[in-house]
Design a protein around this ligand. Structure first.
Ligand code: FES
Ligand code: FES
Length: 185
């Protein structure tokens, strides 16, 4: 049995026929085709399914889709500013914070929720905000550093590339993440 629901997803209003028992994660992945949010444990333990609801991080695998009605849902696919990656995405790329990348969409959403509230988080505050996001590749130090780079970029308006170059005293090669439209052209 399906219901027709109207959802706000990544800035668009969409009408979808959804099996009545579906979670928000199942709706995003299997009805809307937004597979960035990952189905890891599917029971609220790993954080891979984290999305933003009205800017706050939530686990979508344990949320009935009905709880998202009337709220602005943002998935990892909606973090970029048009064709340009979000500073968090740039920072993760530049610092090598993603290994296999399975946990990365959820971590990006949790970090986005943190930085929406606090653009000068301490290392401890970053660790606490990401404490529900498990990384099997265990690259936590790089992940925390990437969030610090993104926070500095959002505070100062500086390009994450310049921040990384100064912080690690490295000369960076040409940008590897092109504006998304160009990279997909
Ligand atoms: S898939 Fe949702 S917490 Fe693991
Ligand atoms: S980068 Fe592999 S699980 Fe986190």
């Amino acid at each position: 049995m399906k219901d027709v629901l109207t959802l706000r997803v990544n800035g668009d209003q969409v009408e979808v026929g959804v099996p009545t028992h579906y979670t928000l994660l199942e709706t995003l992945r299997y009805v809307l085709g937004l597979t960035g949010s990952k189905q890891g444990c599917d029971k609220g333990d790993c954080g891979a399914c984290t999305v933003l609801l009205d800017g706050e991080a939530h686990l979508s695998c344990i949320m009935p889709v009905y709880e998202a009605l009337g709220r602005e849902i943002t998935t990892v696919e909606g973090l970029a500013d048009g064709p340009y990656p979000h500073p968090l995405q740039d920072a993760f790329d530049l610092t090598g914070a993603a290994q296999c990348g399975f946990c990365t969409p959820g971590i990006l959403c949790s970090a986005h929720g943190l930085l929406a509230e606090n653009r000068s988080p301490s290392r401890l505050e970053i660790q606490q905000a990401l404490s529900g996001n498990l990384c099997r590749c265990t690259g936590y130090t790089k992940i925390f550093e990437a969030v610090e780079v993104a926070a500095e970029s959002l505070r100062s308006g500086k390009d994450p590339r310049d921040i990384v170059a100064e912080r690690y005293e490295v000369a960076l090669p040409a940008r590897s993440m092109q504006p998304l439209e160009e990279s997909h052209a």
